[in-house]
Design a protein around this ligand. Structure first.
Ligand SMILES: Nc1ncnc2c1ncn2[C@@H]1O[C@H](COP(=O)(O)OP(=O)(O)O)[C@@H](O)[C@H]1O
Ligand SMILES: [Mg+2]
Length: 311
């Protein structure tokens, strides 16, 4: 496996605050990796360490096998980044913004023009390329900022909370566009977000940071499967008899019981399996036709991971 990023026990302190604590991970080349975590969990700090904008206090990070501190220029010229600021000039048109950055990257003019057309086309901004960016909505500016980060066809693109500050509709639109872009680019994508449904849609690899620690890492699917406190839906007859509900609520395996439209929604405790619940139902005269384990979304899994860590 070829890894674009490898870090081992990576740590960064700000005074007594441990912003990143012993983070180890490997990001395979070509992944769309999503680093999840609430505000202040260390996502931006992690990116800054990878770009050599901060020096680690302990541990190591390698990007394309290079040290971002001593080989920073080599690392950064192969990376694109959208950090807190869009890096856009509000008084320039969209096209002129990209022209400006393309020249900074010393892109040949013909190649640059073709690339601008390609990116603005995919983002549905080509017809609006002559407009002054300052007049645009935040969603459009963010799209253009993503195009800016990807302009020089970097091998690795960091997008730090690309949808932050967008309303849900604009955020969904940006994510759709991101998916379209990512599909055709040969780049590895490293994005951060505190909105989990986003990562679930866009990413094929996710990590969860909590107070600077990487508490989960894997495919979105892996994360979902490792979820504790599953919810199961049980269908059948005689399930919602008050005496039965009472018995269920007294079971140690059961966290929560809800009777909805004649079926039961049971929240299981920890890693409990539904078999004991079914047994109790049947022993008390109900009949069970079907037991369905709900597939928790990443959002739910994530919230649970956070809860567990807090417990
Ligand atoms: N330059 C800095 N000086 C002091 N504290 C910082 C600095 N940068 C970040 N922090 C602190 O480090 C923690 C992690 O911040 P950050 O990486 O920005 O989190 P996130 O991007 O997940 O919101 C926060 O508590 C933040 O206040
Ligand atoms: Mg941040």
């Amino acid at each position: 496996m070829n890894y674009s990023i490898e870090c081992k026990q990576l740590s960064k302190n700000f005074g007594t605050l441990r912003a990143v604590q012993g983070v180890s991970m490997q990001i395979p080349t070509g992944s769309v990796f999503g680093l999840l975590g609430p505000n202040g969990s260390g996502k931006t700090t992690t990116i800054r360490l990878m770009l050599g904008l901060l020096q680690p206090d302990a541990g190591s990070v390698r990007v394309f096998g290079l040290d971002p501190i001593s080989q920073g220029d080599q690392v950064r010229e192969q990376c694109g980044a959208l950090l807190e600021h869009t890096g856009l000039y509000e008084r320039l048109s969209a096209e002129d913004n990209l022209q400006f950055y393309g020249q900074l990257w010393h892109m040949p003019q013909r190649e640059l023009q073709a690339r601008i057309k390609e990116l603005l086309g995919k983002l549905d901004l080509w017809d609006r390329r002559k407009e002054i960016v300052g007049s645009w909505s935040r969603g459009m500016k963010q799209k253009l900022a993503v195009a800016r980060a990807m302009l020089h066809q970097p091998k690795l693109v960091f997008l730090d909370e690309p949808t932050s500050g967008l309303d849900p509709v604009a955020a969904a639109a940006l994510n759709n566009d991101l998916l379209k872009l990512v599909k055709d680019e040969q780049a590895t994508i490293f994005l951060t977000t505190h909105i989990l449904s986003e990562a679930e849609k866009v990413c094929n690899l996710v990590g969860v940071l909590r107070r600077g620690e990487l508490i989960a890492f894997g495919g979105p699917h892996t994360l979902t499967q490792s979820t504790r406190n599953a919810i199961v839906d049980i269908f059948g007859q005689g399930l919602t008899d008050p005496a039965i509900l009472e018995k269920l609520r007294n079971m140690p395996q059961v966290r929560q019981v809800e009777a909805v439209d004649g079926h039961l929604e049971i929240g299981l405790e920890g890693t409990a399996e539904p078999s004991e619940v079914v047994k109790t139902l049947v022993m008390n005269g109900a009949s069970v036709d079907e037991v369905r384990r709900r597939k928790a979304g990443l959002e739910e899994s994530f919230l649970k991971l956070m809860e567990e860590e807090n417990a």
